[in-house]
Design a protein. Structure first.
Length: 118
């Protein structure tokens, strides 16, 4: 089992920045990757990017490439997403997820709300 707890959400102005954290605990030694997703009201959950647990390689969705950066601190078992140049369309509940493989996401956090005001 893996437990994920997101933090760092809140209200930010258009053009601002925010960093979200995801604290990971439990059976972390066999994790393959950690991802970030978001879901706005009335929309489907959107993939934002992931980081490979072993070597830190990252992959991003085109919608956030260049604005969002995912990183990890293995010593703290924490994954981050730095979000810059935020826009009102970025308002959503943001989730982190953990996976043992490329095929599926095995665990999800409870989510943290990000609201970007215009």
């Amino acid at each position: 089992q893996v437990q994920l707890v997101e933090s760092g959400g809140g209200l930010v102005q258009d053009g601002g920045s925010l960093r979200l954290s995801c604290a990971v605990s439990g059976r972390t030694f066999s994790l393959y990757r950690m991802g970030w997703f978001r879901q706005a009201p009335g929309k489907e959950r959107e993939f934002l990017g992931f980081i490979r647990w072993s070597d830190g390689n990252t992959n991003y969705a085109d919608s956030v490439k260049g604005r969002f950066t995912i990183s990890r601190d293995n010593a703290k078992n924490t994954v981050y997403v730095q979000m810059n140049s935020l826009k009102p369309d970025d308002s959503a509940v943001y989730y982190c997820a953990a996976a043992y493989s490329l095929q599926t996401w095995n665990y999800w956090g409870q989510g943290t709300q990000v609201t970007v005001s215009s």
